[in-house]
Write a protein that binds this ligand. Structure first.
Ligand SMILES: Cc1ncc(COP(=O)(O)OP(=O)(O)O)c(N)n1
Ligand SMILES: Cc1ncsc1CCOP(=O)(O)O
Ligand SMILES: [Mg+2]
Length: 376
């Protein structure tokens, strides 16, 4: 019969790695450290797993959490459990003020990833004193958790992108931060920083402030043209035009989990962007616009084409405002991107709300309720 024990935390029968350490007597304190951190890592993983399972309905991510928990359980042998001394532990009363104030889901998940990664690092170091394979086993697990974290954040980004109906592309304005904040308050969930003329130092500081603001509201933040700037401010991704870096190069620089958008004006560009791995495309200019002087309109015809042929999310852009939004929606658009309609609006909150209400109406009509759900 295999040696092991029954674990009450849903892991069932857990095969024992080895009940005795291989280096002679280990200090009881080391066993207590290992016991406490095995618990800590498992608890953190369980919190993350619940979101993967019930929040995202993602079987692959929840399975990875479960496997990691089970692997932790195989190391948590009776000898380590027996070392527990909760009444004598001075740390049980200590809480950090931040633990009491998780304001959003993203910070809750990040805090728990942090907790798991820290616990695994402790297990890696102290585990070397206990068992020859413990150090390398926990190192590998820590890297798996890093991968899980970036997969989960990437998956969340894609979901947010899919649920975004209105996209604000910024233009320089004296009170840009207040304008963007007002639009975020109206329900805006996707923002692109675009400034074709500023100096890099100013671009960096504007992008940094906008990025923080967007994340405070749970909105995605992308940077126009510049992969380096997107990386520098930890943006959610980048928007590239036909004259910018190729998508494949940007993907290598940004990794698999950031968003890459691409401008398209016709069917051929659309096809290339999709094949290149764009996460979404801009479709336009629908109308000629002073924001992009000299660029001929692709027209509503191209919007109709996108509605029929684009398998990835797409945003109609160019000259769209509150007066013509319904023509664009009638041509098949479910998402729109605007510059002047919001940046130059007297009441950006109301304009954002109006656009979203019109787009939501059409989503409900076309029976795509997932697009009209608000996101945590
Ligand atoms: C959402 C969206 N669509 C199209 C563009 C235009 O990009 P590009 O053609 O590279 O032109 P510039 O914006 O760089 O002048 C966009 N920025 N966003
Ligand atoms: C950046 C861009 N790309 C195609 S049209 C456009 C500008 C859209 O600006 P506006 O919404 O002010 O017409
Ligand atoms: Mg560009």
């Amino acid at each position: 019969m295999n040696a092991g024990w029954y674990d009450e935390n849903n892991n069932g029968f857990v095969p024992m790695v080895e009940s005795h350490n291989q280096r002679g007597q280990v200090q009881p304190a080391v066993c207590r450290i290992l016991d406490a951190n095995l618990d800590r890592a498992r608890e953190g993983l369980r919190i993350i797993e619940e979101w993967c399972r019930f929040g995202l309905n993602n079987a692959q991510l929840s399975e990875e959490c479960k496997q990691l928990r089970q692997e932790l359980a195989t190391w948590h042998n009776p000898e380590l459990r027996a070392a527990r001394d909760t009444p004598g532990d001075p740390g049980t009363q200590l809480t950090h003020p931040q633990e009491q104030q998780r304001t959003d889901l993203k910070s809750l998940l990040q805090a728990n990833f942090c907790r798991v990664e820290e616990a695994l690092r402790v297990l890696e170091e102290y585990g070397k004193l206990y068992h020859a394979q413990m150090g390398s086993a926990f190192k590998q697990m820590r890297y798996r958790v890093y991968t899980l974290e970036s997969q989960l954040l990437g998956y969340e980004r894609q979901q947010r992108l899919r649920r975004s109906q209105l996209y604000l592309v910024t233009s320089p304005a004296k009170d840009l931060l207040s304008v963007v904040e007002a639009a975020l308050a109206g329900g805006l969930t996707l923002v692109q920083y675009r400034d074709k003329n500023a100096e890099d130092g100013d671009r960096f500081s504007h992008a940094q402030q906008l990025c923080q603001l967007c994340h405070k509201y749970g909105a995605l933040f992308l940077v126009n043209d510049r992969v380096d700037l997107a990386l520098a401010v930890a943006a959610d991704g980048v928007h590239l035009g036909q004259q910018d870096l190729p998508i494949k190069v940007a993907r290598q620089l940004l990794g698999p989990h950031k968003i890459i958008g691409c401008s398209t004006t016709n069917a051929e560009e659309m096809q290339r962007a999709i094949q290149g791995g764009a996460d979404y495309i801009g479709v336009g200019p629908v109308y000629e616009t002073p924001t992009k002087v000299g660029k001929p309109a692709a027209g509503l015809e191209y919007v109709r084409y996108a509605a029929q042929h684009s398998p990835i999310p797409w945003f109609a852009i160019g000259g769209i405002d509150v007066n013509n939004i319904n023509d664009v929606i009638s041509a098949g658009a479910e998402r729109v991107a605007v510059v002047r309609a919001i940046v130059e609006a007297e009441q950006p909150t109301l304009v954002a709300q109006y656009f979203i209400s019109q787009l939501t109406r059409v989503h409900i009509r076309s029976n795509k309720p997932e697009l009209s759900q608000s996101y945590v």
